[in-house]
Write a protein that binds this ligand. Structure first.
Ligand code: F6R
Length: 261
């Protein structure tokens, strides 16, 4: 079962996941993290940045892999995920930029960029903890509805809805690239621990289908049901359509101390 954790606020979700990452890095200083971009995971990055600032943890040996990147957008563009990861993650968390990989969306090498990225993840020994957000269409990374359940990093065409959702970062929808390069659903399934966050009513339908619906390429986040260790943290709005919420709450409250997130 996907573990569902109902939180009182996005901040609480950020604190729980940050704590889990701090514990992981204490045990394994060169742990491998998977980074989502977008608005949702910022609560985690903010908590980690504050912990680093207070001297509570040192993340300088942590290795990282971003989930995705736009194709054909210059790395220097402020909304490229290279820029976003540098701005929101590498800088604030004090990571070594040489240890953080973002898929290469440059057109001249795009044909082998997916394989290169997969090779780099394997060379690092795999991802220990993968941070995820969910799109209103139910995507993970940029694995849009219809994505193969065993897909690896590759180029995907973005749906109109995703381009519309991300237009807020660019100004107009026309400026949002048509294509992305994204870790596949199979790549995400290989991670040791997949942690998805979702906040707000706009995510409620996708969350319900991901956690309680059938496993289907039509709702890519439903692959979390196939993951051996998947945690979904939701606020009350994102959880509002879950049918078994009372049970998830009870399971969380009754969890034994040694069973961490
Ligand atoms: C981006 C990514 C996407 C986002 C999703 C939700 O790296 O992986 O799947 O997580 O589109 O975006 P926000 O958090 O902005 O609602």
């Amino acid at each position: 079962m996907v573990e569902v954790v109902l939180v009182e606020s996005p901040r609480e979700a950020g604190q729980l996941v940050a704590r889990s990452i701090i514990d992981l890095v204490a045990a394994k200083p060169d742990a491998v993290l998977g980074f989502a971009t977008g608005t949702t995971p910022l609560v985690i990055y903010n908590e980690l940045a504050a912990a680093v600032k207070r001297g509570e943890c040192d993340l300088s040996r942590v290795r990282g892999f971003a989930l995705d990147e736009y194709v054909g957008l210059s790395e220097a563009h402020p909304e490229s995920y290279h820029s976003v990861i540098e701005r929101d993650v590498i800088g604030p968390l004090g990571l070594d930029p040489n240890l953080v990989h973002v898929p290469n969306g440059a057109l001249d090498s795009i044909q082998h960029a997916g394989q290169d990225f997969e090779d780099a993840i394997i060379a690092a020994g795999g991802i220990d903890l993968q941070i995820l957000g969910i799109g209103t269409v139910g995507h993970l990374g940029f694995n849009e509805p219809g994505s193969s359940l065993s897909s690896l990093t590759r180029v995907k065409t973005l749906t109109h809805q995703t381009r519309q959702d991300n237009a807020r970062f660019f100004g107009t929808i026309d400026e949002v690239p048509m294509h992305s390069i994204t870790q596949g659903l199979g790549t995400i399934l290989r991670s040791e621990h997949a942690v998805m966050l979702a906040f707000g009513e706009s995510k409620a339908k996708a969350v319900q289908r991901a956690v309680e619906g059938g496993v289907s390429a039509s709702l890519p986040a439903s692959i979390l049901q196939l993951h051996r260790h998947a945690t979904v943290l939701v606020d009350a709005e994102a959880a509002s359509r879950l049918e078994n919420l009372t049970y998830y709450q009870r399971a969380w409250e009754q969890k034994m101390v040694w069973q961490r997130l």
